[in-house]
Design a protein around this ligand. Structure first.
Ligand SMILES: Nc1ncnc2c1ncn2[C@@H]1O[C@H](COP(=O)(O)OP(=O)(O)O[C@H]2O[C@H](CO)[C@@H](O)[C@H](O)[C@H]2O)[C@@H](O)[C@H]1O
Length: 628
């Protein structure tokens, strides 16, 4: 797309590093420099109260066919045209490619009116199937599709990770938009490139930079977390703020009236940038930002001296500045001063969302707030929780490509075949009647692995089989291997991240164990219930919200509930709950059938959640920007 910004020196503003000690960092520099770059960018990026300057630019340059405005007169997008000749006409969003200009003319647009409700920009460090290390990838791979299906215009901005493995091929169908922007951060100017794929109604935008090309997962490799993650995700956030202004996806930019959904700390700089870098210059005045907390335990905390890497004005230090409590400091001279990206998001975003109502309450308490509870409590009126849905196409026992036999509520025979096949695959004795317990998840403190570790020897005294799939802390991986060697006929530990195996465990087990210490929502218990596998969970956060404990006497003796929730999180309580579940499985087949059925019958689709997200969008837009 030649018309775009190729040489635009975006982020002309010098970073505080470049400006030396000067306290008067002047963002007018930024605004002026922006004007001096390619006039076409000026037309796209500059904001105007009444839109008149846009119309002027259109007339003068012939670049824009017109600014698209909503009822209030706010600019919500632009239609772009090339400067000269050979125009191709297309209304097919799928045809967006680097060698083709896609124009949507008025007549075509009239015939197929866009169902634009909101322009939504997800910013995330992972989005399945392109990248996934956990539940964040699942959510950002499916919620955007659900919102797009409801008529919203949805873009997902995420890195283009290339790690030299076959998984890189997932990005094969994304095309280079030939749009380069420059980002000033970390004391230099970085060029980032945008790739794009339009799929399932969503614009998947991939931010490309050499720092996203390396072996390992999105955050680290076998040596631990990457040392430059702050830099990598700072780049992502800067690029995500530019994307709606500069990318004419399907012929239109998203424009300034966007709803940014910033997921976890990796995207946490987005609300800060809107407030500190754009709004003071009239850009994104009508945009709103919502920070979605999938896990408060990770906040993007680095030494205070790294503040200058963000490309923010010095006077905005207070938004990210953070001081560790005395007990958390490492030595006598440690002042505890740090920058905390998630904190920055919490104090600048228009709304704060978590992925279940239970967790939204917990994060405002000292026990669940990870040091941010007071801050979150101070913004309690804009904190909400919406329980995640799941991708019911990927997780469907009657169609799942990863499992050996299919089954449904009406015909469960395939489930026992899945169990037998799993026992065979993992080399366990093939015993269809033996209670088979599963665990899937990261091997870390959050997931309560230490409780599993202390309870397993007792659990395995019983006539049960136990399968664990996970990777994470080395001590737990080693423990899994050692336990497998000790209990050859009863225990299997699969160390690694393997999606097909996770499906086969979900389908083949009778019980899924989740003793998470905290769980913002949890997806595996939802997958399990959909697959007729009964969850036994620590009743915390989203686990408490989604798993209702079995009561055989309720509903005139028909029973109610979909599993067991135990509390508090102790080895004894976990073993008690497991014992009740195992006994019910063995001795009360009818009750067990009821548990499976009620779990399988539930509605897990994203539709409910999407409607609730729309409410939050509405509330965000009713209020003026929190930081204007
Ligand atoms: N070894 C392995 N092999 C294959 N697949 C594996 C795997 N380990 C985990 N997974 C998969 O990764 C996902 C994990 O999702 P969770 O919601 O359980 O946890 P996570 O803590 O990553 O997510 C955070 O974000 C999500 C989304 O909001 C919240 O539900 C959650 O509470 C919060 O901690 C599931 O799809 C699971 O099957």
């Amino acid at each position: 797309m030649e018309i775009l910004l190729q040489s635009c020196p975006n982020f002309i503003a010098k970073s505080p590093v470049e400006l030396g000690a000067g306290r008067h960092f002047d963002f007018r520099t930024f605004a002026t420099s922006r004007k001096s770059c390619d006039v076409k960018l000026r037309a796209v990026s500059r904001s105007s109260g009444d839109g008149s300057s846009f119309v002027e630019d259109v007339k003068r340059n012939g670049v824009l066919l017109g600014a698209e405005m909503d009822e209030s007169g706010a600019i919500v997008g632009f239609r772009l045209a090339p400067q000269s000749g050979d125009t191709q006409v297309s209304n097919d969003h799928d045809n967006v490619s680097s060698d083709k200009e896609v124009i949507v003319y008025d007549e075509l647009a009239e015939k197929t009116p866009t169902k634009v409700t909101h322009s939504i920009v997800f910013v995330t460090s992972e989005a399945s199937p392109y990248s996934k290390t956990g539940g964040l990838g699942d959510v950002c791979g499916s919620l955007p599709i659900a919102l797009a299906a409801r008529g919203h215009r949805v873009m997902v901005v995420t890195p283009r990770y290339l790690c030299g493995e076959p998984s890189d091929r997932r990005f094969d169908s994304a095309v280079d938009l030939d749009c380069r922007i420059k980002v000033s951060c970390s004391g230099g100017v970085q060029e980032v490139v945008f790739y794009h794929e339009y799929k399932a109604g969503v614009d998947w935008v991939f931010v490309d930079h050499p720092s996203f090309h390396r072996p390992g997962n999105p955050y680290g490799d076998s040596y631990g977390a990457f040392g430059d993650n702050q830099f990598r995700f700072t780049l992502l956030c800067h690029a995500a703020c530019e994307a709606p202004l500069v990318l004419p996806l399907g012929g239109y930019t998203y424009g300034e009236k966007c709803l940014f959904l910033a997921n976890d700390w990796h995207a946490g700089l987005v609300p800060v940038l809107l407030a500190a870098k754009y709004r003071p210059y009239g850009v994104y005045k009508d945009a709103r930002s919502i920070v979605i907390i999938h896990n408060l335990a990770h906040q993007g905390v680095e030494p205070a001296s790294t503040y200058s890497n963000f490309g923010l004005p010095p006077e905005w230090y207070g938004a990210l500045g953070w001081v560790f409590p005395t007990w958390a400091r490492t030595h006598a001279l440690d002042t505890g001063e740090a920058v905390n990206i998630l904190k920055g998001a919490i104090v600048t975003a228009d709304r704060i969302l978590t992925v279940s109502q239970g967790y939204s309450r917990e994060i405002t308490t000292p026990e669940g707030g990870n040091g941010l509870d007071e801050l979150l409590s101070s913004r309690k009126t804009v904190v909400n929780g919406i329980t995640n849905g799941i991708d019911i196409t990927e997780w469907n026992p009657s169609l799942d490509e990863h499992i050996p036999s299919h089954y449904s509520l009406n015909d469960l025979s395939g489930k026992i075949e899945c169990k037998i096949a799993l026992q065979r695959e993992l080399g366990l004795p093939i015993r269809p009647d033996c209670p088979l317990i599963g665990f899937i998840g990261r091997l870390d403190y959050q997931k309560g692995i230490d409780i599993i570790l202390s309870g397993t020897p007792d659990l395995l005294q019983d006539d049960v089989q136990f399968i664990m799939l996970g990777s994470g802390e080395k001590q737990y991986e080693d423990w899994m291997r050692a336990t497998e060697a000790t209990f050859k006929d009863k225990f299997r530990g699969w160390v690694g991240f393997n999606v097909p195996i996770s499906h086969r465990i979900t389908a083949g087990c009778d019980i899924l164990l989740m003793p998470s210490r905290f769980e913002p929502c949890g997806l595996n218990q939802l997958y399990a219930m959909r697959y007729g596998t009964v969850p036994v969970v620590h009743a915390t956060g989203g686990l408490g919200d989604t798993v209702k404990t079995f009561n055989p006497y309720a509903d005139e003796g028909k029973g109610e509930g979909t599993g067991w929730g135990f509390k508090p999180l102790t080895r004894e309580r976990m073993l008690d709950a497991l014992w009740v579940a195992i006994e019910t499985y063995r001795k009360h087949k009818r009750c067990w059938g009821g548990l499976m059925k009620r779990g399988m019958e539930r509605d897990y689709s994203w539709d409910n959640a999407a409607v609730q997200y729309e409410d939050v969008f509405k509330w965000a837009l009713i209020d003026p920007p929190y930081v204007s």
